[in-house]
Design a protein around this ligand. Structure first.
Ligand SMILES: [Zn+2]
Length: 180
């Protein structure tokens, strides 16, 4: 037997002190945030995680996951597929990530995930959370250039809608709301 961790077999013998702020959530109960996908649940925000991102997505056939073809300069991501097959476009070709498979996206690596002909449920973990800014480069529907995206937040009734615009010419590129 070896190991470098002091262990205590009787957990009641010497309780740890302090308020450890454990949190348990029902992911289905978390409100959706605006996303091109049917459901995006920010579990990290719901539990107050500060160093990593943890989002659960449900993506209907034909739906996209991110705001555009993008990379995160200083942020790693790991996609873990629960159900269906997640398609991920990259400069190296397209990957198909099936149920119980995981796909790692290193910092700086462009990617664009979507669902093809079947519903996909997957978990996206990313860290460090404070460096999750994305650089988008996607063909603008208006000017035809590979450009970044600005966004505005609109309130339409009691629904919040995100509208993405081409950073060069200002043309509307995409809009989406929360949930189905
Ligand atoms: Zn444009």
């Amino acid at each position: 037997m070896s190991g470098n961790t002091e262990s205590e077999t009787d957990l009641d013998a010497e309780p740890f002190d302090g308020d450890h702020a454990y949190r348990k959530v029902d992911v289905d109960e978390i409100a959706d945030v605006p996303s091109p996908a049917t459901h995006k649940k920010e579990v990290d925000e719901a539990v107050g995680a500060t160093t990593f991102g943890f989002n659960v997505y449900e993506v209907a056939p034909g739906e996209e996951v991110p705001w555009g073809y993008h990379y995160h300069p200083e942020h790693e991501e790991l996609f873990y597929v629960l159900e269906g097959t997640l398609h991920v476009k990259t400069p190296d070709g397209e990957y198909e990530v099936g149920a119980d498979e995981a796909f790692f996206v290193p910092a700086g690596a462009p990617n664009f995930a979507y669902a093809d002909d079947e519903r996909v449920r997957f978990v996206a973990v990313g860290a460090p959370k404070e460096f999750d800014q994305a650089v988008i480069r996607e063909t603008c529907p208006e000017c035809g250039e590979a450009t970044g995206r600005d966004y505005e937040v609109l309130e339409e009734g009691d629904e919040v809608v995100y509208v993405l615009h081409c950073a060069e010419c200002g043309a509307e590129a995409k809009r989406f709301a929360s949930g189905p």
